[in-house]
Design a protein around this ligand. Structure first.
Ligand SMILES: C[S@@+](CC[C@H](N)C(=O)[O-])C[C@H]1O[C@@H](n2cnc3c(N)ncnc32)[C@H](O)[C@@H]1O
Length: 197
């Protein structure tokens, strides 16, 4: 009998925006639930899932835009993703997942402690994985100052350690395009956690 890593059947992409990472997950996992607060993002993601591509105005400079096309993977993978609007801090019962991705969400929610301590442990099945990435860009626009995680990584470890064991950590660079000649380079702290049994 061949032994290997157990296959993931269900994945959740929390704070999925327009679904780029959800579609990537769907290449590996047969059922992906993808949730975002923004109706506009979910509408765009559903459009992408339906049609496979989406035209959008890409800023070149000033008011000058050019129509560009975003493309999603083949229909077989797109059909695996169910996009829903929702608040990560107040989710309906979604059942348990083999893998939960919360990419760059932590510093965008009103109560990051609640997300780590209450929400995420409920969503990952024992033996399942949680992938967290965050640049820890705390801002009062999203999170009241009193709820910022000071010394973020240590706080995350303290809040997760009863339910999760960290199995990997790396710096994950990402580039945000503002216009043709301006980009912002950020390094997210990416940590992978195994749910204790
Ligand atoms: C910085 S973006 C990250 C998007 C994507 N995960 C990525 O890494 O490119 C944060 C996303 O989380 C969503 N978001 C913010 N608060 C949320 C909440 N309480 N529940 C669900 N989604 C939320 C925003 O609408 C936005 O799409």
């Amino acid at each position: 009998m061949r032994r290997g890593k157990p296959k993931s059947r269900r994945a959740l992409d929390l704070g999925c925006a327009v679904g780029r990472s959800s579609f990537e997950l769907a290449k590996k996992v047969p059922e992906v639930v993808a949730i975002d607060f923004s109706r506009v993002f979910i509408r765009a993601a559903r459009d992408l899932a339906k049609k496979g591509s989406l035209r959008f105005p890409l800023k070149l400079e000033g008011d000058h835009r050019q129509i560009a096309t975003a493309r999603a993977p083949s229909g077989k993978f797109r059909k695996r993703v169910c996009f829903r609007t929702g608040d990560a801090l107040h989710l309906p019962d979604l059942g348990k997942f083999d893998l939960v991705l919360a990419a760059n969400l932590l510093d965008r929610v009103r109560d990051p402690k609640r997300l780590l301590e209450k929400v995420l442990p409920q969503l990952v099945r024992p033996g399942g994985l949680l992938l967290l990435t965050s640049p820890y860009t705390w801002s009062e626009e999203f999170t009241p100052r009193s709820r910022w995680l000071k010394n973020s990584f240590s706080r995350i470890q303290k809040l997760l350690h009863r339910r999760f064991r960290m199995v990997r950590r790396k710096n994950l660079p990402f580039l945000l395009r503002e216009h043709r000649r301006k980009f912002q380079l950020t390094f997210a702290d990416a940590t992978l956690w195994l749910r204790r049994g």
